[in-house]
Design a protein around this ligand. Sequence first.
Ligand SMILES: *Cc1c(COP(=O)(O)O)cnc(C)c1O
Length: 465
Amino acid sequence: MEPSSLELPADTVRHIASELRCHPTDERVALRLDEEDKLRPFRDCFYIPKMQDLPLIDLSLVNKDENSIYFLGNSLGLQPKMVKPYLEEELDKWAKMGAYGHDIGKRPWITGDETIVGLMNDIVGAKEREVVLMNGLTVNLHLLLLSFFKPTPKRYKIVLEAKAFPSDHYAIESQLQLHSLNVEKSMRIISPREGEETLRLEDILEVIEKEGDSIAVILFSGLHFYTGQFFNIPAITKAGQAKGCFVGFDLAHAVGNVELHLHDWGVDFACWCSYKYLNSGAGGLAGAFVHEKHAHTIKPALVGWFGHELSSRFKMDNKLKLISGASGFRISNPPILLVCSLHASLEIFRQATMKALRRKSILLTGYLEYMIKHYYSEDKAEPRKPIVNIITPSRLEERGCQLTLTFSVPMNRVFQQLEKRGVVCDKRDPNGIRVAPVPLYNSFHDVYKFVNLFASALNSAETEK
Ligand SMILES: *Cc1c(COP(=O)(O)O)cnc(C)c1O
């Protein structure tokens, strides 16, 4: 987390513009940024949807052969081209040798998850034995809470942020009910201040300081799905643990987006999905982290045969030899077809590295922010109408690649106009459109084109009555 040591994106944009002797909003700036982008070749590792294949496109407004502007990697990442060949490898193996595939080949099915888990360690900043690939995200959240949330009459609360993702909210609610706790009293939701969109770290720390003795678990998202706010994971972890709480994170929107150092930060547990920035396809294989300091003390509450040591797993003697640490939380045998798609994506991450991706991401999103502010900020003497607000924090260390925009015109109209123009993003109530330029496959020219399509979409939204 040292983006502050980098030149600010807006300065880079102005610097390039002055070199090119053009205005910072000129197309040439975007093209130059792409030329200088060392990660540019990775775009070719993915299928980019074409305008003509999108369902809600208006072909009178766009060129059908062009690539769409896919800014939705925060929700579903694009398909790596190697997914299909990898799937075919395992399907062929199944067709040719049936059950022998369990033990043979590039990804023996029995240890399919283990053949790729090493590729995940760097992405989340964990040691080998701290990470496991299994299940779906919410399932993993439940499994971890079953082990880490052990309420007592004095220490029984779970802390979470306001407008947490519904699945997390329900998971916590139902975990509290499982312990026959009063949900309202035990769910400690931290909200932004009146008139503010995002949380202040000082307010989070104050709740922990004041109520810490009654808090059992702090469960925050690493990066908020709606506002795009990247929380200060080490500070929250440190404060919570000083008060004797377990601190866990749902990293759905953080993993593959920002640099993480779960081990060094001392995070107790974490979970994430892999179909957002990690491009594993809908319903992909999820991940979980249990810090090694808990390897021998925190046990899975629900156990299955894949938590049993491999060496004696198939003796079938019903004498459990539980693997210590994260792998012991596995219940079932790994879904090999999901392993394939995740494998294809994680190999790209290994080549690109999170460090380089984050570096590009700061500039890519910074460029988008610069362009939006240039045209639509309220502070301008003559802002273009309508006004567009960015509710995502402007500090680089408090956000990832996503920006959440709100408007002075109804969001639904803006969104429809964007869809017609082949901009793939999404809307979230109450009034936000989320746009996420992803450094693996989005270009600076994508941002440039987006800003033009956005202008025309806003124009139509404004005049439409
Ligand atoms: C995407 C997302 C989920 C989705 O949960 P699944 O179990 O994968 O369906 C849950 N929580 C958060 C914070 C998310 O962003």
